[in-house]
Design a protein around this ligand. Structure first.
Ligand SMILES: NC(=O)C1=CN([C@@H]2O[C@H](COP(=O)(O)OP(=O)(O)OC[C@H]3O[C@@H](n4cnc5c(N)ncnc54)[C@H](O)[C@@H]3O)[C@@H](O)[C@H]2O)C=CC1
Ligand SMILES: NCC(=O)COP(=O)(O)O
Length: 328
């Protein structure tokens, strides 16, 4: 088996904590190349430009695939002129991954607001943009802990939409798609031969037999029953408030949730430092730290690199697994 190509670490919003985290991410100990504008790296960063992802640099030096931006970056103050560069870097990383020049991508955080206001970005986040770049493939967003046992892995079936839109958007077809994508990815990328999935209800107490909403009785339970009959290891719909304590998590490998905060509050509470965001269903590996741009601390050297380090390691493990081996 030959080792996969390096991971591409995209710079994300240059006024956020991304550039300073890139400089700290060498501690991950896996091969990666930073794609961004070296002017945005903190002063004192030891970096060297590479022409291709395969070119190597000395130990302790950050390899940089140069992508020139419109301007410099002021920490905490995103510049609309740089928004197009942020978007172009993501697209360039995807091209490298799809061409086989890179083993996958790990994305540093973007500001959804800055991209929308600065460049009219039409996507609510990386997840949706990556799905588009990959040919409008169906994907699911999973956040996975790396520091807690049993692990906390969550997949919101609806992603970046207003809470008021969730009941309409959460259809049987969408929930089934999230379940199937997660089941396949747990086998392919996480090495679980028979993944156990738990499905959360939408309503308090999973509706309590129709007393607090009937979505569970009307269609979620029948969907779970149909997929179980097909052979999937599914439980639910479960009351979301009691499915994340350790004994409950021990009974499943990933939770399929109804909406963003139902899924992300437990993981970010249990393991904010070690949480990793993974896009499931793409034809290439994509991970990301679980946090955002952290404008409030950008440029102050305070940002914790644990999540990006975990994300790079997870991307590398996934790339090796797809190639038939796993990291020693
Ligand atoms: N994958 C991505 O590109 C993501 C992007 N975002 C974007 O980030 C922006 C800010 O979002 P927020 O909700 O404020 O979340 P945030 O994660 O940026 O910040 C929340 C809190 O956590 C702290 N924090 C975040 N990362 C940290 C780190 N590495 N070390 C130490 N403290 C850290 C921040 O200082 C802040 O107090 C938004 O524009 C959002 O769209 C948010 C999540 C993921
Ligand atoms: N809150 C998670 C999040 O915003 C992830 O967004 P993205 O990876 O789709 O950019």
């Amino acid at each position: 088996m030959t080792e996969p190509r390096p991971i591409i670490l995209t710079c994300g919003e240059p006024a956020g904590v991304g550039p300073e985290l890139a400089a700290k991410a060498l501690a991950a100990g896996v091969p990666f190349v930073y794609l961004g504008d070296p002017r945005h790296l903190p002063a004192g960063t030891r970096w060297a430009e590479v022409a291709t992802p395969l070119e190597t640099v000395g130990p302790g030096i950050l390899p940089v695939l140069r992508h020139d931006f419109a301007g410099v970056a002021v920490p905490g103050r995103p510049d609309p002129a740089n928004a197009a560069g942020v978007i172009a870097v993501i697209a360039r990383a995807v091209e490298l991954a799809l061409s086989g020049a890179a083993a996958g991508i790990c994305t540093l955080p973007i500001s959804k607001e800055a991209l929308k206001k600065g460049a009219g970005f039409a996507f609510p986040g990386h997840t949706e943009y990556l799905a588009h770049l990959a040919g409008d493939v169906p994907v699911a967003m999973m956040l996975a802990s790396t520091n807690v046992e049993p692990p906390c892995r969550v997949v919101p079936a609806t992603i970046h939409i207003a809470l008021s839109e969730v009941p309409r958007a959460l259809t049987p077809a969408l929930l089934e798609q999230a379940i199937r994508i997660t089941e396949a990815a747990m086998r392919r990328d996480f090495g679980l031969a028979r993944p156990r999935l738990a499905v959360a209800g939408l309503n308090p107490h999973a509706g309590e037999n129709g007393v607090m909403g009937d979505d569970e009785m009307r269609w979620i339970a029948p969907l779970v029953a149909r997929l179980r009959a097909e052979g999937l290891e599914l439980t639910g719909p479960l009351p979301a408030d009691t499915m994340f304590h350790p004994a409950a998590r021990a009974r499943y490998d990933a939770a399929i949730c109804a909406y963003h905060d139902q899924a992300l509050i437990p993981i970010k509470t249990l393991d904010f430092a070690g949480g990793v965001n993974v896009t499931l269903g793409l034809p290439f590996v994509r991970t990301s730290p679980d946090h955002g741009t952290a404008f409030d601390i950008a440029g102050q050297g305070k940002a914790d690199a644990a999540s990006v380090i975990a994300a790079l390691r997870m991307a590398w493990d996934m790339a090796l697994r797809r190639q038939g081996g796993i990291r020693a």
